[in-house]
Design a protein around this ligand. Structure first.
Ligand SMILES: [Zn+2]
Length: 287
């Protein structure tokens, strides 16, 4: 129960751990360059990072999902979050200029601002120069997350101003879907379950989806165990029973998922409803 959950879970790539260390040690670089040369989509990973950066009560493994900032982020209305471009196209110079203007206008109003720029390896020289200027003259507490597929194609003057995170290809890479599942963990309304792409994947791979959930609940139990041990007054102790029961239910669902003729959608839905109940219980008892 006391294992280091962050290091044992295969879903957390070394890159996520590194990012977590930047957050927990309060030494977040001003600009990060995420490179995935095998061409995998980095949107989910960078979104996870952005939420984490903006969260008012970040944990060692991600955003809290409950603070005002997280709620704004989930509602896609966070005023300090900017995202531009697509993986395979260049962003226009007007967009970069507009971004810099927006950052200048709002920097004084709030805390950290986060900018995701996709397809930096496709930037035309003029756009790259505009970005370079922004990186050279940072405004307020801005963190830039630059995404690219080909490191060689990025202007050296830009990449030299970034801390590089090479995302390993192959099995270590958390798939976007797994990342979405991880984010789902802290979405109280579980809206993500109703995103067709994710739902389709979970129904097609119930074992993998349940394994991710199992891991997340195990991490939560570990966290709560530490919390309980740290309590000075034993009468304040709370029960871990509902969480442990839920891990049993996940194990049983894993067995059921392999049975022929089982309705996987119903099975997964029932698990998610139970999870929702547990999340509500956590909030009520402010665990
Ligand atoms: Zn938060």
């Amino acid at each position: 129960m006391m294992e280091n959950s962050a290091s044992e879970t295969s879903l957390l790539s070394p890159c996520i751990s590194t990012f977590g260390q930047f957050i927990s040690q309060n030494r977040m670089p001003h600009a990060l360059l995420l490179v995935q040369e095998s061409g995998a989509d980095l949107t989910a990973l960078s979104t996870l990072f952005a939420a984490w950066l903006l969260c008012q009560k970040p944990t060692s493994s991600g955003a809290c999902g409950q603070c005002r900032s997280c709620l704004l982020f989930q509602a896609k209305t966070h005023p300090d979050f900017f995202a531009f471009g697509e993986a395979d196209t260049s962003t226009g110079i007007d967009e970069i200029r507009g971004l810099i203007q927006a950052l200048q206008q709002t920097a004084h109003q709030s805390g950290r601002q986060v900018v995701i720029l996709q397809g930096v390896d496709h930037y035309m020289p003029a756009v790259a120069n505009a970005l370079l200027k922004a990186l050279e003259e940072p405004i307020g507490d801005v963190v830039y997350l630059l995404l690219a597929q080909r490191r060689q194609r990025i202007m050296t003057t830009i990449s030299s101003r970034c801390v590089k995170l090479m995302i390993p290809s192959g099995e270590q890479l958390p798939t976007p879907v797994q990342e979405q599942l991880k984010q789902l963990y802290w979405k109280p309304e579980l809206a993500a379950f109703y995103e067709p792409e994710l739902q389709e994947w979970m129904i097609a791979h119930p074992q993998e989806a349940l394994a991710v959930l199992y891991q997340l609940i195990k991490e939560r139990v570990t966290e709560l165990t530490h919390k309980r041990l740290a309590m000075s007054n034993p009468s304040q102790a709370f029960s871990l029973k509902p969480f442990l029961l839920f891990t049993d239910e996940i194990v049983s669902a894993m067995k059921q998922a392999s049975l022929p003729g089982i309705n996987k959608l119903l099975l997964m839905e029932s698990i998610f409803f139970r999870w929702q109940e547990l999340t509500a219980l956590s909030r009520k008892t402010s665990l």
